[in-house]
Design a binder for this molecule. Structure first.
Ligand SMILES: [Fe+2]
Length: 142
């Protein structure tokens, strides 16, 4: 479970950078709402990044604390420094939120098997947060 939690921390670290990239480089008629939405998302990643790392510390292990290791662990695909249309941005964000839900669901299962209800609760909150983000995205794509 610690390995999966560290993957989660690494992915949040990379997503923080990736969503700043989108926040800066989105172009198109929905610029303002998407600029704001990506900010809400990366602020959420940053909070979860610290909270999940602290769960690892509380279990006597070390959270990933340097970018070289973050990049060796992460499963998030980074973006180049270029412009992104609003529709590209929505698809990219949706895929990343789905990835977080999938990983959080798997960690929740591992934690449940160990009766680690704190990790279960945190992962359930994570899943709920990204489900809501996905609903926002789908509503904008409709
Ligand atoms: Fe900003």
């Amino acid at each position: 479970m610690i390995k999966s939690l560290n993957l989660y921390v690494a992915n949040l670290a990379v997503l923080n950078v990736k969503f700043h990239n989108l926040h800066w480089n989105v172009v198109g008629p929905q610029f303002i709402p998407l600029h704001q939405f990506s900010e809400t998302a990366y602020e959420g990643f940053f909070e979860s990044y610290d909270a999940v790392a602290e769960l690892i510390k509380m279990r006597g292990e070390f959270p990933v604390g340097n970018l070289k290791e973050v990049l060796s662990l992460t499963t998030v695909k980074e973006l180049g420094n270029e412009s992104y249309t609003t529709s590209q941005m929505l698809s990219i964000m949706k895929e990343d939120f789905e990835g977080l839900i999938s990983l959080a669901t798997s960690i929740r299962g591992e934690a449940d098997a160990k009766n680690d209800f704190t990790v279960v609760a945190v992962m359930e909150d994570e899943i709920a947060k990204y489900e809501k983000h996905i609903w926002f995205i789908k509503s904008m794509q409709a």
